[in-house]
Design a protein. Structure first.
Length: 271
């Protein structure tokens, strides 16, 4: 997107480390842990089995979480709701569709707990299945957002000339398929990752080459915030960078590319 200004409130990107676990070789999503400041959750693209990887913010391996009642046709993003009546939930988006041929996509939701890896990998509670379809035909999407203020879910399409933003209102139907609502259209395409900070104020959507930022005012809807022109924040170009997340306190953000032992990069807001 031409003409977008740089945001001077951010520091230059730093390399935080390398992703240690070589089994995380197609990192397509990233989100922070709510119980620890130094843990992140990630996952492989389609083809892996039903597991979420846990790594620290320097890329060191912690372990993985098996997620019963879930699958991985083409998992492209992961998000978290930090507080629904005192419980945090992880949302795992099996939302990719390169050829735009699937009538439905699925998001898996399971409760986040203080997972203990001292005895090895762990198993989560069985996931709820949230089945979704588009109001305007099948789409490819790689970005899943959860709004912590109202718990609504958003899916952002990738391949249209102007990316489309779809909303699923909370509470979610886990028994029947839900038709999403198209609520916004972006002035650019190719969105492959994004996140809303846990305090609800900081929004990023990124392509393979740029990261776009919006600050959301208190009480403002996501749709209204996205209607403004974004600014651009520092991003280190990656081979196939499809992962972005804010830190728990929203002072930092992290990115990882697909590939084995890829760098994990950290950006930060000026304090």
């Amino acid at each position: 997107m031409s003409g977008v200004s740089n945001n001077d409130n951010f520091n230059p990107i730093m390399k935080a480390g390398l992703v240690e676990n070589t089994e995380l070789k197609e990192a397509s999503g990233l989100v922070h842990c709510t119980f620890r400041n130094d843990w992140l959750y990630s996952h492989n693209d389609g083809g892996d089995y039903n597991r979420i990887f846990v790594l620290d913010t320097n890329g060191k391996n912690v372990g993985h979480i098996i997620v019963p009642n879930s699958g991985n046709r083409d998992s492209e993003d992961i998000a978290i709701d930090p507080d629904i009546d005192g419980q945090s939930f992880i949302y795992w988006g099996d939302i990719g569709d390169n050829d735009g041929k699937y009538a439905e996509i699925t998001v898996y939701r399971f409760p986040e707990k203080p997972f203990d890896f001292s005895l090895g990998n762990v198993t989560a509670d069985a996931a709820d299945r949230i089945v979704l379809n588009y109001p305007d035909g099948a789409r490819d999407a790689e970005t899943l957002l959860i709004d912590p203020w109202n718990h609504h879910m958003y899916v952002v399409s990738k391949r249209e000339a102007k990316g489309r933003v779809y909303r699923v209102d909370f509470p979610f139907d886990t028994e029947n398929a839900t038709t999403m609502k198209k609520v916004a259209q972006l002035p650019f395409s190719g969105i492959v990752a994004g996140d809303i900070s846990s305090d609800g104020h900081h929004i990023v959507l990124k392509t393979y080459v740029q990261a776009f930022y919006w600050y959301r005012e208190e009480g403002e809807t996501l749709t209204k915030a996205l209607a403004r022109e974004p600014t651009q924040i520092p991003y280190q170009f990656e081979t196939q960078g499809e992962s972005f997340c804010w830190s728990k306190d929203a002072n930092s953000y992290y990115t990882i590319s697909e590939g084995k032992n890829e760098p994990i990069y950290r950006g930060s807001r000026k304090q």
